[in-house]
Design a protein. Structure first.
Length: 144
């Protein structure tokens, strides 16, 4: 499966296997972000295995486990900080790619217009229309 580009700095994917990381490095990605807690699903590769695969492929690795359906403002702030400080381009993964996309969208509120965020997510195959009010509220809070 090919990564879904949200912007020039970030693309997302569903869970990848350690043996697929080198291919992602070959596509030019410099940093791999794992947004899954270990043990979320029985057959999921452990964060340590993903970190080893990233290092072996010459990529940086960031683990930021976020519980699906329970994203906090602290999670969003941490994601923004890690994305801002990461060597780019970044590839983030979770179970389906949705959690990474939501983290990105929330982290961009106030930086990008809400319509742009929703449109970019939609072009990548993620429907964030239901987050419109939350994105707008965060954008207002960012301006204060």
């Amino acid at each position: 499966m090919l990564p879904k580009k949200l912007d020039d700095d970030l693309s997302v994917l569903p869970q990848i296997e350690p043996q697929e990381v080198a291919m992602m490095a070959g596509l030019g990605f410099r940093t791999l972000v794992n947004n899954r807690p270990d043990g979320e699903e029985p057959q999921q590769p452990a964060s340590e295995a993903m970190a080893d695969a990233a290092r072996n492929a010459g990529m940086n690795y960031v683990a930021q486990p976020v519980v699906s359906g329970a994203i906090t403002l602290a999670d969003v702030a941490e994601f923004r900080e890690k994305l801002d400080g990461a060597e780019k381009p970044v590839l983030a993964f979770c179970r389906s790619g949705t959690r990474c996309t939501m983290l990105w969208a929330l982290s961009q509120a106030g930086r990008l217009p809400t319509e742009d965020i929703i449109s970019r997510a939609s072009m990548a195959g993620f429907n964030l229309d239901g987050m419109r009010h939350q994105l707008e509220a965060l954008a207002v809070a960012e301006q204060e």
